[in-house]
Each structure stands twice: as structure tokens, then as C-alpha cells.
Design a protein around this ligand. Structure first.
Ligand SMILES: Cc1ncc(COP(=O)(O)O)c(C=O)c1O
Length: 460
């Protein structure tokens, strides 16, 4: 049965009856409305009732240039009119070529080859497949394992899930692709006692854990290490000084590839086109998605070094992998228009000029008893909530459930802020506003968080 969805009631009913939301408890909407976002403008989105929300998460770490950019929409429409679709299987099209060249120019070092996908999970999946095939072609067929960090999220498809370090979202789908190995992340707030007071020593220890894992697994069996520049899951863990330099040395020592998973951290989130630039390391592969189009069309991909491409450059060698919609003409046209805005408005400059103010504004919240740690970089921050600031005691699962799902997520949204209250590690609120934001947006975020976190504490 169909009915006019212009009617808010009909749309609600259809949303509940026919739509399946991702990573969402559908039972949670039995007695409440599904939030329906109908339009966006700049740093704000509007729901079906016309209520305005500050998009403090850029949708899902996506909307770098903000919402409602007509020039990007028009670039997509123009491309659809000219050539809506053609595959990158044996053919090229102008926008894919132009974007590949532009990304190669922007990327650090010899990352000169772009393999497009439609999403971040596919980018991660592609990087693992490339690593495996590369080693088979170069006489090391036993290298297939991948090392990644505790609690890190690298995607939801079966391969990417095997790289992901979140037990709860893996368990229902086991057995997964074999070869995923976990090492500690760089959560300094929860560092082991023996390195708790020394950030640099903590970083060296965390990097050396990668070497210990390689040795444990057998150095000749490990293909790649997957790391985000700043780890998202768990609430924004920046790398300690020297961490990535040490990891690079370790990877070189054992012939292991370093994959920088920049699905969130690329395209200005940290004030640079790529997070690897900010932290001064050279990856063998960068995976990207999200911000490359600011969400005006889906696109992902991997940037690959000349060395990795080399065995595929002659004879019959072929990377036996492809995706119908990868590098879609509309998406690549949109990505180019998105990058034009980055340049015209100096969005990287905006993030670099304002990131200290963003941090300082969030740090005002330290006067609240529930705020344990404020951490992150660029326009990418996590606020960890604790029961006791002095002991850093966290909440029980029951308290966390009551706090996050029972109150915080809804209360923050009701107060006009889109952000993420998450407990995939310890309970955190995460923020990643569009890169166009400035002090007035930071103040609005702080004001809403202050009111809602104060009430959350009173309810505990
Ligand atoms: C670091 C990282 N890798 C991979 C992914 C998966 O991307 P997608 O949801 O586009 O498949 C994500 C998604 O948030 C991510 O944050």
C-alpha cells in the first residue's frame, strides 16, 4: 500500500514499517518517532517538523563543506546529464582520471595510484586484497595476516570486520575471514600504569606491541598493519609523539605494509588533506571515503604506492577485484567540486586556525564532574564520561546503558545537537563538526553539552 509521504504521519508509519536503520535497535522506535532529517544548510540540518539541529558529527564524519552547496549539486547533475554511468572495468571516464590525478598530487610521497570504491568498508577490503595479491605475486604467498588495534572500527563487510577490533559487532557473523590480529590502541587516558605518566614512553610501548605481535604471529605471515591516524572508536585517540615513526620502522624491518585508514581522518578532518601528513609518516596505502565528496554522492578508494603497483604493471598480472559503482562519474564529478570548495575557502586553513579554540571551548566542560577526558585533534574530538574523575572509574554496563541509550543520545538531539554518544569503548560523546564551523558553533556545542551532561549527572 502506498500513501503520500508528504504527510508527516504517513512518513512515520512507512519509516517504521518498511525501513531498516543501520546499527539501530528498531524496537527503540516502538513508542517514539523515527527522526526524519529533510534538509540541510551550512552546519545545520532540519527535521520533518522544521526543527533545526547543529550537525556536530557532519552526518557521520562526512559533510566537510557543510550542507546545501548548490555548486556541488549542480556538478553532479551536469555529470549525470553528460555521462551518468560507465564502469571502471577496462574503461576510464574523464572525471575519474581527473580526480585520480588530483588525489595523487595531494597525497604524500609516492602514493600515485588510485583504486576507487563506493565506501570505506570496500576501501579497507580492497587494501587487504591488494596486500594479499601483491605478496602472492612477489613470492611471499604466506603473508596474509593483518594487525589492527583494540576497539578500532574499519568497516562492516566480512573482511573489514575481521580487521575491526569490536568484539560485539563481530560475534554474530563469526567465523570471519581468518588473519585478524589485535594490538593495544593509543588511549593514553587508559594507559597501563607503568607508562601512565609518560606519553612518549606510552607511544613507544604501543608501537612495540605491533612488533611483538608480528614476532608472535610469525614475521613472514603478516601482510599489513591497519591504523587510523586518530582512532575514532573509543573516542578519538591521537597518536603519541613518535608513535607512527616507530611503527614505520617496525613495518620496514619485517616487510609489512602500513595502511593508513583515513576514512574519517582525510580531507581536512585533522587540518590536512591526509592525516599521515599531520603526523609525518609515509603509508604504503591510504584508504579514504566520506569527506572526499562531503557526502553529496558516495565514493571511497585507496591510494597506493608506486612500489605496490609495480608487479601489476607488466605481463598478464591483474588486480582481480572490482565494484560496479566504484568511481562513479557523478561521485567523481562531485568530489572534484568538493575539493574546489576546499581550495576556494581554505578549509584546511580554517581548521588549523580554529582547532585550538575548539579544544579550549570543549575543555571548559572539565568543570563538570562527569567529564573525565577531552581528547582529539583538528575538528575531531571525544569527551569521555566517568563516574569518578580522580580514580577514572567508568560506568557499569547497566549505568552506561541507562546513561547513553536511556538518556544522553535523545536528550542531546532534543536540545538541537547531532553528535554521537557511544560506548563501544568507555562511554564517550563524539564531535566532528563541518570544517566551515567557527567559534559560534563551538559555543553552541558547549552550551548544549553543558546542560545535557549536567542533567545526566543529576540522574545517575
Ligand atoms: C576508519 C574507518 N574505516 C572504515 C569505515 C567504513 O566505512 P563505510 O561505512 O563507508 O563502509 C569507517 C566508517 O566509519 C571508518 O571510520
Amino acid at each position: 500500500m502506498t500513501s503520500s509521504l508528504d504527510d508527516i504521519g504517513n512518513a512515520q508509519e512507512a519509516a517504521k514499517r518498511n525501513l531498516w536503520l543501520h546499527f539501530t535497535r528498531m524496537s527503540g522506535y516502538a513508542d517514539s518517532d523515527v527522526p526524519v532529517i529533510v534538509r540541510g544548510s551550512g552546519a545545520y540540518v532540519f527535521d520533518q517538523h522544521g526543527r533545526r539541529y547543529l550537525d556536530g558529527l557532519s552526518g557521520l564524519f562526512v559533510s566537510q563543506v557543510g550542507h546545501g552547496r548548490q555548486e556541488i549539486a549542480e556538478a553532479g547533475a551536469r555529470q549525470a546529464g553528460e555521462l551518468a554511468y560507465f564502469p571502471l572495468w577496462s574503461y576510464a571516464h574523464p572525471k575519474a582520471i581527473e580526480l585520480a590525478q588530483r588525489l595523487a598530487d595531494l597525497a604524500p610521497g609516492d602514493l600515485n595510484r588510485v583504486f576507487f570504491t563506493t565506501s570505506g568498508s570496500e576501501a579497507v577490503e580492497s587494501a587487504w586484497k591488494l596486500a594479499k595479491q601483491y605478496f602472492k605475486l612477489t613470492g611471499q604467498p604466506e603473508r596474509y595476516k593483518v594487525i589492527s588495534r583494540d576497539i578500532a572500527y574499519h568497516g562492516s563487510s566480512m573482511g573489514a570486520l575481521a580487521i575491526t577490533g569490536l568484539a560485539d559487532i563481530k560475534y554474530p557473523f563469526e567465523p570471519l575471514t581468518p588473519g585478524g590480529v589485535r594490538v593495544p590502541n593509543t588511549n593514553f587516558y587508559r594507559a597501563p600504569a607503568f607508562v601512565r605518566d609518560d606519553l612518549e614512553a606510552f607511544g613507544i610501548w604501543a608501537a612495540d606491541e605491533i612488533e611483538r605481535a608480528i614476532l608472535r604471529e610469525g614475521p613472514k605471515s603478516v601482510a599489513a598493519v591497519f591504523l587510523e591516524p586518530v582512532q575514532n572508536s573509543g573516542g578519538c585517540f591521537p597518536p603519541p609523539p613518535g608513535y607512527f615513526q616507530r611503527v614505520r620502522e617496525i613495518c620496514d624491518r619485517y616487510g609489512v605494509l602500513l595502511v593508513s585508514d583515513e576514512v574519517i581522518c582525510a580531507f581536512g578532518r585533522l587540518g590536512y588533506y591526509f592525516g599521515a601528513e599531520r603526523y609525518g609518516y609515509q603509508p604504503d596505502i591510504i584508504t579514504f571515503a566520506k569527506g572526499v565528496t562531503s557526502g553529496y554522492a558516495p565514493l571511497g578508494g585507496m591510494l597506493v604506492s608506486d612500489t605496490l603497483m609495480e608487479p601489476f604493471s607488466s605481463g598478464t598480472a591483474t588486480f582481480l577485484h572490482g565494484i560496479t559503482f566504484a568511481g562513479h562519474p557523478v561521485s567523481t564529478a562531485v568530489a572534484l567540486a568538493n575539493l574546489d570548495i576546499f581550495e576556494k575557502e581554505d578549509l584546511l586553513g580554517n581548521v588549523r586556525a580554529n582547532e585550538a579554540a575548539f579544544r579550549a571551548t570543549l575543555e571548559k566542560l572539565y568543570d563538570l564532574p562527569i567529564v573525565g577526558d577531552v581528547r582529539g585533534a583538528g575538528y575531531f574530538y571525544g569527551i569521555e564520561m566517568v563516574k569518578d574523575k580522580v580514580t577514572r572509574e567508568t560506568f557499569t554496563s547497566e549505568e552506561s546503558e541507562r546513561l547513553l541509550r536511556g538518556f544522553l543520545s535523545q536528550a542531546l538531539f532534543d536540545a538541537g545537537l547531532v553528535c554521537r554518544a557511544d560506548d563501544r569503548g568507555d562511554p564517550v560523546v563524539q564531535l566532528a563538526p563541518p570544517l566551515i564551523c567557527g567559534q559560534e558553533h563551538f559555543d553552541e556545542i558547549e552550551r548544549i553539552l553543558r546542560a545535557v551532561l549536567t542533567e545526566a549527572w543529576a540522574r545517575l
